[in-house]
Write a protein that binds this ligand. Structure first.
Ligand SMILES: [Zn+2]
Length: 178
């Protein structure tokens, strides 16, 4: 499932929308439409509703820029705006503004939050939303290439270590005794 806010265009006798500017978003939409074509004879479940706009402080503010990325991650992962905002702000705060993989300043690239344990249905079933959506499971990277390199899904040792770190931090929060 993908969810995007699209601009409507008038084409007589058709319900039409402009594709999103972001090439990643375009690809995600194409992928869904291909699935609909191959498995559902081109029938698509379409929900129409007014866009929920995130709070922002001006079109060119840093907040506005950040909100763009947050909305993108919400769209990709179907998480709430607040949950992702918290993760992204945390990841940005500890990244020091540089890519965690290559060290390049984030503003020079296309900054993106990346999951360490990949955000897949299989991983969610295995580790739970609690781990996948946790702030420790998200790092800041400068590009799609570095984003992919942050993925530790295939390294069981690293995955277990990260899960331990997440559970240790959360146990403190909930006052769980050792
Ligand atoms: Zn990088």
């Amino acid at each position: 499932m993908v969810q995007y806010v699209l601009k409507r265009v008038d084409i007589a006798g058709r319900i039409a929308f402009e594709p999103p500017a972001d090439s990643g978003a375009q690809e995600a939409i194409k992928r869904e439409l291909r699935k609909c074509r191959d498995k559902h004879h081109d029938y698509v479940l379409l929900t129409l509703q007014p866009p929920k706009r995130p709070r922002t402080t001006g079109a060119f503010s840093q907040n506005h820029h950040l909100n763009g990325h947050i909305m993108q991650i919400c769209n990709e992962t179907s998480n709430s705006y607040d949950a992702i905002k918290y993760c992204v702000k945390y990841a940005l705060a500890i990244s020091g503004g540089v890519c965690e993989v290559c060290g390049r300043p984030l503003r020079d690239g296309q900054p993106q939050g990346a999951h360490r344990i990949g955000n897949t249905i299989a991983n969610r079933a295995k580790y739970g939303d609690f781990v996948i959506d946790h702030r420790f499971n998200i790092g800041m990277t400068c590009s799609l290439k570095c984003n992919a390199e942050l993925d530790i899904s295939g390294d069981t040792g690293k995955v277990i270590k990260l899960c331990c770190k997440i559970y240790a931090a959360e146990s403190k929060k909930y006052g769980v005794e050792k």
